[in-house]
Design a protein around this ligand. Sequence first.
Ligand SMILES: O=C(O)C[C@H]1C=CC(=O)O1
Length: 96
Amino acid sequence: MLFHVRMDVRIPRDLPADEAAEILAREKAYSQELQASGKWRHIWRLAGEYANFSIFDVRDNTELHEILVGLPLFKFMEIQVTPLLRHPSSIREDDS
Ligand SMILES: O=C(O)C[C@H]1C=CC(=O)O1
């Protein structure tokens, strides 16, 4: 199942810099591992925002939920999820 996910990152200004750096390093490793697995299919930065648009390709809602709650930055994020399905006019082979 494909999902579009918007993640807005809100790291508190008073979080110590070393703690923030450690969380961001774990976040990057976690994200890149999931990208390599194919479950996190795309990620884009939103210009001018500390946010991303991502596409996940996962088994079901439960797997997506487990991935999202496992994000090291999860407690500092606002997340919006939109389930996607193939458009009947699509000519692409890889969008379902
Ligand atoms: O920077 C972000 O958009 C938040 C987060 C998502 C993946 C990652 O490496 O960081």
